[in-house]
Ligand binder design. Structure first.
Ligand code: SF4
Ligand code: SF4
Length: 60
């Protein structure tokens, strides 16, 4: 998987981080970053729960 975040839209609200049950995402230097990408199941919960449509999972 790859994560695409539009940092112009992202407010850093942490919804995506807290909604991911696999702890894939975290804030690094204020930016949502996949810190455990191998754990991603491509469930899209993070994407669907973003209030600003700022994060997209790219299936590979
Ligand atoms: S849910 Fe959306 S706005 Fe909030 S931190 Fe994640 S990407 Fe940014
Ligand atoms: S797609 Fe699912 S497992 Fe992957 S980062 Fe988003 S919430 Fe976590």
């Amino acid at each position: 998987m790859a994560v695409s975040v539009n940092y112009d839209l992202c407010t850093g609200c942490r919804n995506c981080i807290e909604n991911c049950s696999n702890n894939v995402l975290d804030l690094v230097n204020g930016r949502v970053t996949p810190v455990n990408p191998d754990e991603c199941t491509e469930c899209l919960t993070c994407e669907l729960g973003c209030p600003h449509e700022a994060i997209h999972i790219i299936e590979e």
